[in-house]
Design a protein around this ligand. Structure first.
Ligand SMILES: CC(C)(COP(=O)(O)OP(=O)(O)OC[C@H]1O[C@@H](n2cnc3c(N)ncnc32)[C@H](O)[C@@H]1OP(=O)(O)O)[C@@H](O)C(=O)NCCC(=O)NCCS
Length: 176
C-alpha cells in the first residue's frame, strides 16, 4: 500500500503518541547539530520547530506506511506573535509574512523516504486544507538557506524566492 498522508487529529488517541514519537525521531535525525547542544538549548530548539506544532494536530501531517512514520509536515495557518518571538530572524521578513504569506510550515522526511514525491504530497494536503479555511490565508512561506538543496524542492512546489537576508532565503507561494 502506498504511504498515506494523515493529520495527527485523525489518528486514534491509542496510536497517536507512537506516531508522534516516530515524527520526533525524524525531527532529531534531520537536525544533526541538535546532539551537540546542551540539554536546555536542545529542548528549546525542539519545542520551537516541532513541539508547539503538536498543539494544533489538525495541521500536523504525517506520511505513514503501515505503522511506520516516514515524514511530517508541521503547519501553521497563521504566523503568530509566538512564532516571531521564538524566531527573531523572522523580523526581517515581517512585512511579506503579515501582508501576503501568513501561513508557514516545517517539514522533514527520513532519508530513505526522500525523492519519491512524499514531500510534495504533504504540501498539497496542507495547501488544500488552507484553501478550505474561512477566511483562507492568502499565502504561505518557508525560510531556508540560500544554498540549501531543498530550494529546488520548494520551487517545484510553487514557491518563489521572495526575499533574502544574509544567508536566509524567504520562499513563498500565494493562493490567489
Ligand atoms: C526537502 C524534502 C521535504 C522534500 O521531500 P521529498 O519527498 O524528498 O521531495 P519530492 O520527492 O516530493 O520532490 C523531489 C524534488 O525536489 C528536489 N529536491 C530538492 N531538495 C531535495 C532533497 N533534499 N531531497 C530530495 N529531493 C530534493 C528534487 O530535485 C526533486 O525534483 P525532481 O523530482 O524534479 O528531481 C525532503 O527531501 C527532506 O526532508 N529533506 C531533508 C530535510 C529538509 O530539507 N527539510 C526542509 C527544511 S526547510
Amino acid at each position: 500500500m502506498a504511504p498515506q498522508i494523515l493529520t495527527l487529529d485523525s489518528i486514534s488517541l491509542v496510536d497517536r503518541s507512537a506516531r508522534m514519537e516516530g515524527a520526533r525521531r525524524i525531527f532529531e535525525e534531520t537536525a544533526p547539530t541538535l546532539a551537540s547542544l546542551p540539554a536546555d538549548a536542545r529542548q528549546a530548539f525542539q519545542q520551537k520547530y516541532f513541539g508547539i506544532y503538536l498543539e494544533t494536530p489538525e495541521t500536523f501531517y504525517l506520511a505513514v506506511e503501515h505503522d511506520l512514520v516516514l515524514g511530517y509536515l508541521a503547519g501553521a495557518p497563521q504566523t503568530l506573535p509566538l512564532h516571531f518571538s521564538l524566531n527573531p530572524y523572522l523580523e526581517q521578513f515581517r512585512t511579506e509574512i503579515q501582508s501576503r504569506y501568513p501561513a508557514h510550515l516545517h517539514m522533514n522526511l527520513t532519508a530513505a523516504a526522500r525523492g519519491m514525491g512524499l514531500g510534495s504530497r504533504l504540501i498539497s494536503e496542507f495547501v488544500k486544507d488552507l484553501s478550505m479555511m474561512r477566511p483562507a490565508p492568502s499565502g504561505i512561506h518557508i525560510v531556508t538557506s540560500r544554498d540549501a538543496e531543498n530550494v529546488k524542492f520548494y520551487l517545484k512546489n510553487g514557491f518563489q524566492k521572495t526575499n533574502e537576508a544574509g544567508k536566509l532565503l524567504l520562499m513563498a507561494r500565494g493562493f490567489s
